[in-house]
Write a protein that binds this ligand. Structure first.
Ligand SMILES: Cc1ncc(COP(=O)(O)O)c(C=O)c1O
Length: 384
């Protein structure tokens, strides 16, 4: 079985992207959603070849990305995607904005489900719309969509919902039944569902990840998915994502996007994504999932041992942990205090919405040593 192991600290410190470039060397950076693993071998190989041959121009309209994604969706999610209904763009954020621009009029409302990936608020505004917040329901053991609240928002005129599936920051894989119920509501009120599925390749086996568009005819009629290899394969800087539709009307919306939206796809990102989505990379992705599975459990063990006041539920997907640190006496801005006095950079929970107060988001897409050191540093601060 293929082992995927994080790079050593000495090599990570040579990286210049946001995660390793933002803070001085005494800080352990566990904030932005980048990972500390080497690139998958097939991805390394295509990028090397592209550099050797100077294959760094614009993306060709005759490229294999849509077919590669359709193969990935079939193998990994048992989901049949029609490649002719896909359109690429630079990143998931851009895909979301471009779709929202076409499905909502200026000033209309788009539902988001906080605590949620902070840029969602900005993306809705960038599309000229307004945010309507319908927080996730915390059941005490999991988080779920508040379908009654969503129904009320739709009945009150919201025109779209921006779904995060799996959800960032809680790592929740939404239940198939909840997605089916959401699709029914969307069809009833003629609301568009934009499903951000960027973390989907990182859903752990057995968690039952369901692509929104695979749920029902109602979902296919109302929905768009925006997907990318960028989180699982750490390719965010290469700029490639896909917008997916599954119905003639929604496909017409994607086909009606200005051609410039597609032209913004990064050529290196496209080549890397094709390699990432290919069958050749499946064993690597499985290895990564096993590593992340161990890390999510390690974090639970470390918190129980060193920070028993912290509350954390093992996420279904991804490498982001949502931790309630409100009982740790770290003041009003725990992430700031942890950065200043423990030299660990986490995301502040309140950036995800007021529901995130007293929380931090911890990126465990790294080595067990760094995770351990980070928790020990925070524990030392709490003991002080
Ligand atoms: C849920 C979610 N959507 C979108 C993004 C950003 O993706 P992109 O860089 O492709 O715009 C992230 C990044 O972490 C994310 O977590």
């Amino acid at each position: 079985m293929l082992e995927v192991t994080a790079l050593p600290l000495s090599e990570l410190r040579l990286r210049t992207s946001e995660k390793w470039g933002e803070y001085p060397d005494d800080v352990l950076p566990l904030f932005v959603a980048e990972t500390d693993f080497p690139l998958a071998p097939a991805v390394q190989e295509v990028l090397r070849r592209a550099v050797e041959t100077g294959d760094t121009g614009y993306v060709s309209s005759r490229n294999p990305l849509a077919e590669a994604y359709a193969g990935f969706a079939r193998r990994r999610f048992d989901w049949e995607v029609d490649p002719s209904r896909l359109r690429s763009t630079a990143d998931v954020s851009m895909g979301i904005v471009e779709i929202l621009r076409r499905v909502v009029q200026p000033g209309e409302r788009v539902v988001v489900t906080p605590p949620v990936y902070p840029p969602f608020y900005d993306l809705v505004e960038e599309a000229g719309a307004e945010v309507e917040r319908v927080p996730l329901r915390d059941t005490g053991t999991s988080w779920e969509l508040d379908l009654d609240g969503i129904r009320a928002a739709f009945a009150d005129g919201a025109r779209a919902i921006l779904l995060c599936n799996p959800h960032n920051p809680t790592g929740t894989v939404h239940e198939r039944d909840a997605l089916a119920a959401l699709a029914e509501l969307a069809a009833e009120f003629e609301v568009a569902v934009v499903s951000d599925e960027i973390h989907a390749p990182l859903a752990q086996p057995g968690t039952g990840f369901t692509p929104f568009l695979s749920v029902s005819d109602a979902a296919r009629k109302t929905g768009y998915a925006v997907v990318s290899a960028s989180k699982a394969f750490n390719l965010a800087g290469l700029k490639c994502a896909l917008m997916v539709s599954a119905d003639d009307e929604t496909t017409a919306v994607l086909r009606g996007l200005p051609i410039e939206v597609v032209w913004r796809t990064g050529q290196l990102g496209l080549r890397a994504a094709v390699a990432a989505f290919s069958e050749e990379s499946d064993a690597w992705l499985d290895g990564l999932l096993r590593t992340l599975d161990r890390n999510r459990v390690l974090l639970e063990d470390l918190l129980a041992a060193h920070l028993p006041g912290a509350r954390y539920r093992i996420p279904d997907a991804g490498y982001l942990a949502w931790i309630d640190v409100s009982a740790l006496d770290l003041g009003e801005a725990p992430a700031r205090r942890i950065l200043k006095d423990a030299r660990v950079a986490l995301n502040a929970g309140d950036a995800f919405g007021p529901e995130g107060e007293g929380h931090v988001r911890f990126n465990f897409g790294t080595s067990p040593e760094i995770i351990t050191e980070a928790v020990e540093r925070i524990a030392a601060l709490v003991r002080r």
